[in-house]
Design a protein around this ligand. Structure first.
Ligand code: COA
Length: 373
């Protein structure tokens, strides 16, 4: 069995950012219009009026202050309330693959790796632009990589599942260098007219280069252990799919977009993930205090506070459990990778940390790492 390591990471951030203030203003204008159009039914008590969203609620309940998006004007237009991303001809790379390529180039450059040195590409994300050809194959072609490529989807846990899949290819000798990308255009499946969740997601792309230890550049990250878990839950759903073509309510209908029971998710996922991390620490003969930093999934700041307290035995400082939620919001599978990418340069050789994701499925993944010289 070979040793798999993380050689480098890459991050691509969209150029447009939307603040909570801007988002709430758009939502409230949309809600006012909706109420105005139904004022007779509301006055007669037939339907409930839409109530306003609030900047204060969003920040307090989630820790989110702003998010990056691929298209700002559509999302903020009360008559549209969705990103407007033009379709592309078949001859052009898809937008999902394009943003993955942007992040991938940075990861390759940081590792001093040429595309021809890479053996495989995995595109691991919570929403794929289409069924096939795979976005991963487009990335492979755009970069000039040989070998093989495929897409996989484990919702918010796609990146940790992707890292373990890549590491398993390396461990068994199927590949020496695997590029794992997470293009997440979460604004595409977010219902911007749903007050409970319109603020949750943002767009981004991340990349992780997983390689055999013998070829990795200096300063790589040893992968000490990985663990994956899934457990069925109806509390986070996205019913969009190829069988919905004839759905009477149409593909843009609320049922075909992101939907969650946020409070239930919070309550059920915190103990599940804390337990999983503790068990994996035991298996690796490590204590929570051996971990210099936790790069947790970025869905909710309060949730991360609870998980890190259970793992470390005390409330984590911003240094021990950094957040990127304030600027990026929830970027599904990419969240913990953004946190790792932005907050790992200060690690000294021998220091250990944990990349951890959790989300729909339910699904959860842990990747314990140690910095080398
Ligand atoms: N503005 C103002 N008030 C709002 C609001 C908004 N945008 N959205 C909801 N509220 C109100 C609710 O109507 C409710 O009011 P009530 O008490 O009068 O009924 C109140 O705020 C609390 O709502 P609730 O949904 O219970 O809030 P919460 O504290 O659970 O926070 C989340 C909501 C989504 C931020 C939180 O549950 C969460 O992040 N959960 C985990 C989600 C997760 O990890 N998902 C994985 C996704 S990949």
């Amino acid at each position: 069995m070979k040793n798999a390591v993380i050689s480098s990471t890459g991050l691509w951030t969209p150029p447009h950012s939307i603040s909570n203030e801007e988002l709430v203003e758009a939502y409230n204008a949309w809600a006012d219009n909706w109420n105005r159009e139904r004022d007779a039914d509301i006055a007669s008590g037939l339907i409930e009026p839409k109530t306003h969203s609030s900047v204060e609620f969003i920040e307090k309940a989630s820790g989110i202050k702003s998010r990056y998006v691929m298209n700002k004007t559509g999302v903020l237009d009360p008559d549209i309330m969705a990103p407007r991303i033009p379709e592309r001809p078949n001859e052009q790379i898809s937008v999902l693959a394009e943003i993955a390529v942007n992040a991938a180039r940075q990861a390759l450059e940081r590792a001093g790796r040429k595309p021809e040195d890479v053996d495989a590409v995995i595109c691991a994300a919570s929403n794929m632009q289409r069924a096939y050809p795979a976005m991963a194959i487009e990335v492979q072609q755009a970069l000039g990589i040989g070998g093989f490529a495929f897409d996989m989807n484990v919702a918010c846990s796609s990146a940790t599942f992707g890292i373990q899949t890549a590491a398993d290819f390396v461990r068994t000798g199927s590949a020496k260098s695997v590029l794992m990308v997470n293009p997440e255009i979460c604004s595409g499946h977010l219902n911007f007219t749903d007050r409970d969740s319109h603020f949750i997601f943002g767009d981004v792309a991340t990349a992780v280069l997983v390689e055999e230890e013998s070829i990795a550049p200096a300063g790589y990250w040893k992968i000490l252990g990985t663990k994956l878990k899934t457990e069925f839950s109806n509390n986070i759903r996205n019913n969009f799919g190829f069988l919905n073509r004839a759905a009477p309510e149409g593909i843009g209908a609320p049922d075909k977009l992101f939907k969650q029971e946020g409070r239930k998710v919070f309550k059920e996922v915190v103990p599940m993930v804390s337990k999983m991390i503790s068990e994996q620490l035991d298996e690796l003969s490590l204590q929570g205090t051996d971990l210099r930093r936790l790069w947790l999934h970025q869905a909710n700041a309060n949730m991360n506070r609870l998980i890190s307290t259970r793992v470390l035995g005390h409330e984590a400082s911003a240094d021990e459990s950094p957040t990127v939620l304030d600027t990026y919001a929830n970027t599904s599978s990419a969240g913990s990778i953004i946190a790792f990418h932005k907050h790992s340069e200060d690690f000294k050789p021998g220091e250990k940390g944990l990349i951890c994701s959790f989300g729909a499925g339910y699904s959860a993944g842990t990747v314990f790492v140690e910095k080398t010289a």
